[in-house]
Design a protein around this ligand. Sequence first.
Ligand SMILES: Cc1ncc(COP(=O)(O)O)c(C=O)c1O
Length: 472
Amino acid sequence: MPLDHSQLQLNKQLTIPLARQLYQQLHQQIVSGNLSYAERLPSSRELAEQLQLSRGVVVECYEMLRLDHLVLGFGKGGTQICYQPYLAKPLASKASTKLGLSAQGRLIATARDYMGLRTPLLLQTSLPDLRLFPKRAWLKVQCEALEQLQGQYERSGGVSPLKLALKEFLARYRGIQVQDLNCLLISTGTQGALSALARALLNPNDVTVVEHPGWEGGKAALRQAQAHLVSVDLDQEGALVPTIKAKLAVITPNAQFPTGYVMSAARRKAWLEYSIQHNCWLIEDDFAAEYSYQQHPAPSLLSYPQAQHVIHLGTMSKLLLPDLRLSWMVVPASIADELRKILNTLGLQPSYLLQHQLALFMQYGYLAKHLAQTRSIYNQRRQWCTTYLQQHGADILEVMPSLSGMNTYLKLKESLHTENLEFRLKQAGFGCEIYRLIAKEKMTTYLLLGHAKLSEEQLETVLGKFLNVLRN
Ligand SMILES: Cc1ncc(COP(=O)(O)O)c(C=O)c1O
């Protein structure tokens, strides 16, 4: 059947080039047998006129068809179809069923509710101030980092200059002595590291302890590995040690999320003893411990002699930027080699260029300088935020005491009307988190506000608006 140009529909609004659109439609007609073998296509001039296109578009399209061996060009003799559909294997004509996710895929996709996590919101928690990021220093080390690239795949769980820089960082800031660099692995955020660890260490339904309240991202990483999650409550000393036997526990002893509490020395010891007694992996999520405003940040669990089953996780998301997607773990030597392979197989390694760049950034002292600056600024903002809320909101809330973190934790007074609070805050553009905790059959509402990202002037406006929403 000759080509019916009225069947061709080209849309100039699409980003797909016209030659490509025409090619796809003719291709389809030829392979489906609509345009038969030996049929002549109109000349490029003729078809261009019929479709009101420039002739170049049709010429380009015919050339693509020729390269696919679907047509032959005979110069002035025109363009002729040379494809014989009956020679090709017929496509299966079975009615197609809808393709979807596997059971495992569904489990991963539903491990966390991502609704409402898309746009940056006011007072969103645990976010650093992008304006303080040392852009000039970062760019300064970029060219040097490029020169260090090897142009090959890196399989050792992180590039060695970064491992060396982190080793020094961990000793200086977290009192951790990394004896063997094989035990230090670089990964894509705490999220990526925890997902890999959950897959590596848990069998389906293994009892896994998490803090309540706690970080939803971490719980999702455990759920996707079919962990059986059991929550433990907190008291003034930190997360309670479970009474049941667990295979793995994830805790935030140095800056509990969301409360910001620092775990007491006695409770740390109790957790370490528990992990040895029950052969339980103890994952220390150290995500913002550097922002502890005590004189000396609490020591990492890894610095205790009973730390045989401890895995330490740290991240650049709070120290520098969440956009980097770069974190590290310090793991026992017994599993280091296999974990390295797992990270490679799952593709959970950050870019090697980024790793080299960060290593140089640390070696030249830029990270230490940035940390000193942000610690002081975030602490000022924390104090400012506390004072403001105590002065202007004492009738409806109580600021919970905390010496760490990038967030402020509030307890709402019972007299405050908290119905629809989630909706009201969201409507007004706030991203603070709400926790409703039940103790002794009484429910108390807590709020977590991110104070680090905003200057004091901005905080004044935003907190004023926030108090208005609470009161309405
Ligand atoms: C408790 C906790 N750990 C870790 C992180 C950081 O995760 P990532 O390193 O994947 O950015 C967060 C982020 O807010 C968190 O709240």
